[in-house]
Design a protein. Structure first.
Length: 149
């Protein structure tokens, strides 16, 4: 009987992990970059911030069409949430990272996964980011089960 109780307890601890939402969400509605940013902020956290190649690959896997990410304007240093850019995946055929216009925003190409700059007023699909807050740490945890059979 104790084995069943332990298994049940372990299952309850692991259940939230099985239904954890995706970190990135593709939105198929066409919007300008600014409208997409506001949409993401109202329902999730913000437009996607890409910190490394793994995250870029995750986003690329979601794309049926080109989509906005959280990069905007000159000099491509901040993301839409104002964190610094520490990873870039610009398409070499564009001057995306080197010479954006004041109205440039970043998007991901569905064919290559590379980034390109686009006029922010164009309408595109977009990728939102849903940041999952870190779990608080529990130092002392005690559970007592009593089964009446």
């Amino acid at each position: 009987m104790k084995v069943i109780q332990i298994l049940f307890f372990l299952l309850m601890l692991m259940l939230p992990l099985a239904f954890r939402p995706s970190k990135f969400i593709f939105v198929s509605t066409l919007m300008t970059w600014d409208d997409a940013k506001n949409h993401c902020r109202s329902l999730y956290t913000d437009l996607a911030r890409v910190n490394n190649e793994t995250e870029n690959t995750e986003i690329y896997a979601l794309l049926p069409r080109n989509a906005w990410i959280g990069l905007y304007r000159r000099p491509w240093s901040p993301w839409s949430d104002h964190t610094p850019t520490n990873f870039a995946n610009w398409d070499a055929s564009q001057l995306g990272g080197l010479d954006p216009t004041p109205l440039s925003c970043g998007a991901v190409n569905t064919t290559t996964g590379l980034w390109f700059n686009v006029n922010c007023e164009e309408k595109h699909n977009f990728i939102c980011q849903n940041l999952i807050p870190p779990r608080s740490r529990v130092n002392d945890f005690r559970v007592t089960f009593k089964l009446f059979v």
